[in-house]
Design a binder for this molecule. Sequence first.
Ligand SMILES: [Mn+2]
Length: 242
Amino acid sequence: MILFASDLHLSPQSPGVTGLFLDFLAGPVRQARELYLLGDLFEAWIGDDDLSDPDNARIVAGLRATSEAGVRIGVLHGNRDFLLGEEFAQACGCQLLREPYILSTPEWQFVLAHGDALCLDDLAYQQVRSQLRDPAWQQAFLARPREQRRQLAAQMRAQSIASQQTKDSPYSDLQAAATDDFLRDHGYATFIHGHTHQPATHDHIVDGIHVERWVLGDWHETHGDYLAWDGEALTRHRWPTA
Ligand SMILES: [Mn+2]
């Protein structure tokens, strides 16, 4: 079994979600061979020197125990935790993957991404995104004292909430034409992504070929959403199950 989840947005402000995620790691994930986290595992990540934060340490310990139990964990960056680095990956025993990531199984091909790179209609967002993903900007940010980075992250978060309020929908969707190009460029593989917080399964017809696009949901205090591939079918699940 291969499991997929995204947009947990783990933060000290939502301890319920952290609890659900740790139960998820100790539960269904232990029965799986692989787990892919498709971005925004954390609400914010200000640098790997923040691994010592007690909340982060608890989450890393959960991931570590899971990888040590033999589950391969792949992590993609989201637009919140784009600064997750090698130190984090080593502490968890997981692998940081560059998006788009092609996942080939003996039975099927998938392409994995966070999803925000295809939200091209939101020009303001794409501008911010290219700044945050710029290595020079990242280096300068990481060179600041940790407390300053924490404040800057909170400021950016507040600005993003304010700009969302002027839009019809807080999360713009993927651009249709760019998505079709993306599916074509990745061999019509089944596309799994998150970011939009609009869980659904979409059917695309690209060059006459039917391609599925599965959107992961974000996690809440009461429940989370994940997908499972058992070698034959992709299915959506709610956690906890009851
Ligand atoms: Mn996101």
